[in-house]
Design a protein around this ligand. Sequence first.
Ligand code: DAH
Length: 373
Amino acid sequence: MTDDPSPTNDPNPTNDPGPTGDLLALKTETETALAAAADLRAWDAVRVSVLGRGGKLTALLRDLGKAPPERRRERGIALNQLRDALTASIEARRLALEDAALAARLAAERVDPTLPPRPAPAGLIHPISRTIEEIAAIFGTMGCTVAEGPDVETDWHNFSALNIPSHHPARADQDTFYLPARGNLPPPVLRTQTSPVQIRTMLAQAPPIRVITIGRTYRADHDATHSPMFHQCEGLIIDRDLTLGHLKGCLIDFLRSYFGIADLPVRFRSSYFPFTEPSMEVDIGWSRKTGELGNGSDWLEILGSGMVHPRVLANCGIDPREWQGFAWGMGVERIAMLKHGINDLRPFYESDIRWLRHYGFSALSPTMLHEGV
Ligand code: DAH
């Protein structure tokens, strides 16, 4: 048998593989097996067959003591080198296989975020929700957080604390929805404005304050431009040394961003609200004839505002000699109708799918200031 030469009767002493000849063979064999190992399972089998408890290299190390004494030192050194070399190749192969496995997984799980979703989302964002998002995004850049309050309010929060006297017409039955009274307390109301959230905010947190509040309000009114339930957005800023100039800058910035018209004409007209002093109504320039905003010689009233009345601050435990505030309130539907050319309020609440398809917003194009809202 040619492949099993017996060293004892080998006539040619140069054929002696020497003290390390078998080690080279193990090295080559292991490296070939490693290269052939296509996955981590196969790799592990190679590792165990060489370095494992019953592995070939382990056996050679164990048998070192049986080598003839004159060869032992040289063989010991060679075995150690071989162990280091094989350990390194095995580790290198593991890393390569892990890298390949990760690359394959990444390729298989690759997601293209620019693809439209399949199927396309069926729903659309209602114009009221979209308008609320836009308002919050703009005032958010001015440092406002969103405050909330209940729809069912006490008479005190909705009227008295806001300096609305008991004989004020807003309290009349034909405007306000009253709920049954409990005990001797005045009957609770469905809030007629978001202004009571100003009161709740001032009672709950110490100044400085920057909040907006957006929510449902209720009044006994129903026609093409009035609904018994509608939405308001209110803002309240309390700080030291605030002036009408701050109020004007804040609202001009808001109106120009919201309507996307950089030079939108804005006019402040003195007015009266019980909770502000002085009070101002704010108008924007438009053309009554064409409905175009920002152009034309007509003015359109868009919101109410003013410096918070010192009595309202005092009602909430804030010292009016130390703190000033300004506030504003507007109708969400109204500014949505103006921006999108909607001339009837009623379909906002009718859930008519044709109207919603026409005026709804894609859920995939959220409100983003850098794109203009
Ligand atoms: N609450 C008022 C309304 O419903 C709107 C308003 C005007 C709110 C002036 C304010 C304000 O905060 O300062 O008509």
